[in-house]
Design a protein around this ligand. Structure first.
Ligand code: NAD
Length: 484
């Protein structure tokens, strides 16, 4: 394995355009080696309060008076700055999360694209004139919330931070962002890059820290106008309770157990590549991972054979060496996935993988072999629970009704992939699948497509024009005519 390191470094919070250090700190580890990468200031309630105050001041003293065109210009500069610093950001992201470098490059480009997309969209946010009578003018306008809070997970730190701060800033809010303690480094660098690009002090503040301290303090802060949370179901519920206590609205983007549904008429060469990619990408640590394969009995054997070949041929290594698969984020996450694999041995037939690799060169890292369990009943734990690792379950179906029932048969409802040449069937599944996004003959989507959950996958819409509207609130106004 190539020994490439960012070197151990001290990183601080970013409040009101300045580096803010604390007495307390936490260590960030390289998931591929277990070695320390950085020592990061652990912000707590005091720094969160400073950050919310700084954001409020920046909002009142300037940002709320900016025109949509001015904010669009700023967002375009940020997008260009992310691209200009793209190589550095991608290397930080790859080393901090363990993901293969080419995936980190995709994530950085995605981050830049969010700012570009919302710079284009923000000048198209209109209120409306309402025909309530000829003696008055009745209309609505859209206003920002003021200060928005953002709490993000470790799996796509840059992509998920920019997914919500770009529309929030575009809408005219100022932000306080708490990245995950496992992988905060790209977000901290992003804050510096945005400042250097000309974003005024206090408009974006980043408070690294532990969830129960910095995260809880941010979620419970009464100075927020809105909170956006991306993460697990149990923490999401706690966040929803904390924001409700202050009557602060929250978007909760939570977990998933998403299916790829492959019918007998599907293009199996294309489907097999994408099904494999949808669970191996980011070592299966993707909210919208295609972690369940539902396959029609007529093509089950051929598809499974193709998948086993792809999984068996996938190389493992350090993210910076750009392997097929990197490590999972932590020892704790590795153990959690291994526990599910142990459970899976009693719930299905293990076809490939099934544990940590034996390679001594990978010993220090949190690696898991790409794993497939076949013949898994829909009630099995490994088919119901989010494993968040490179583990695919395979369940066979005989007709469309059964496919829909299996697909909808978990507590989650995030996304689904449908593989068929039959347009009528595709339409039927788009209608009947109880999830936020359906992708037919693909499993990819861009920033333009609304992304939302059903059931335990949460609520609120990210990406798309709708997310921009979601960071605004409506005000109604009426003006009576004095002369008629
Ligand atoms: P997590 O819920 O443990 O942590 C997410 C964030 O919440 C982190 O910043 C963490 O520090 C913070 N946090 C933890 N405890 C907190 C508390 N008591 N109060 C306030 N904040 C707290 O999730 P994770 O393990 O980092 O991420 C994995 C989960 O995220 C998976 O379930 C995955 O499906 C989900 N996810 C969802 C989406 C989506 O868009 N739906 C995207 C990515 C990840």
């Amino acid at each position: 394995m190539t020994q490439q390191s960012l070197g151990t470094q001290r990183r601080t919070g970013h409040i009101n355009g300045r580096a803010v250090d604390t007495d307390d700190s936490f260590v960030v580890l390289d998931p591929a080696t277990g070695r320390p990468l950085a020592d990061v200031a652990a912000c707590g309630a005091e720094q969160v309060d400073q950050a919310v105050t700084a954001a409020r001041l920046a909002y009142e003293s300037g940002w709320k008076r900016t025109s949509a065109a001015e904010r669009a210009t700023m967002l375009r500069k940020i997008s260009a700055a992310i691209v200009a610093n793209g190589q550095e950001l991608a290397r930080i992201e790859s080393q901090d999360t363990g993901k293969p470098l080419r995936q980190a490059v995709v994530d950085v480009n995605f981050a830049a694209r969010f700012f570009e997309f919302y710079s284009n969209m923000v000048e198209a946010v209109f209120g409306s004139i309402i025909p309530a009578g000829t003696d008055r003018v009745t209309f609505s306008i859209r206003e920002p919330y003021g200060v928005t809070g953002h709490i993000t997970p470790w799996n796509y730190p840059l992509g998920l931070a920019t997914r919500t701060i770009a529309p929030s800033l575009a809408a005219g809010n100022c932000c306080v962002l708490k990245p995950a303690e496992e992988a905060p480094l790209s977000t901290l660098r992003l804050a510096e890059i945005m400042s250097d690009a000309g974003l005024p002090d206090g408009v974006l503040n980043v408070v690294p820290g532990r969830g129960p301290e910095a995260g809880a303090a941010l979620a419970a802060h009464p100075g927020l106008g809105k909170l956006s949370f991306t993460g697990s179901v149990p923490v999401g519920i706690r966040i929803g309770q904390a924001t409700a206590a202050n009557l602060v609205p929250a978007d909760l983007e939570l977990g998933g157990k998403s299916p790829n549904i492959v019918f007998g008429d599907a293009d199996l060469a294309a489907a097999s590549k994408v099904v494999a990619q949808s669970i191996l990408q980011n070592a299966g640590q993707t909210c919208s991972a295609g972690s369940r394969l539902l396959v029609h009995r007529s093509v089950h054997q051929e598809l499974v054979e193709r998948l086993v070949r792809i999984f068996a041929d996938t190389t493992l290594g350090h993210g910076l060496d750009d392997p097929g698969l990197g490590p999972v984020i932590s020892r704790k996450q590795q153990q959690r996935v291994l526990d599910y694999i142990a459970l899976g041995r009693g719930e299905g037939e293990l076809l490939v993988g099934g544990g940590a690799p034996g390679d001594p060169a990978l010993e220090g890292g949190n690696f898991i072999l790409p794993t497939i369990f076949d013949g898994v009943s829909s009630a099995a734990s490994i088919a119901q629970q989010e494993i968040f690792g490179p583990v695919l379950t395979v369940t066979t179906f005989d007709d469309t009704d059964e496919a829909v029932s299996l697909a909808n048969g978990t507590d989650y409802g995030l996304v689904a992939g449908v593989w068929t040449a039959n347009v009528g069937r595709a339409h039927r599944l788009i209608r009947d699948l109880n999830c936020g996004q359906v992708m037919v003959n693909t499993f990819s989507n861009g920033v333009e497509l609304p992304f939302s959950g059903r059931k335990q996958s949460g609520y609120g819409t990210s990406k798309s024009y709708e997310a921009l509207l979601g960071f605004t609130q409506t005000k109604g106004a009426v003006i009576m005519m004095s002369e008629q």
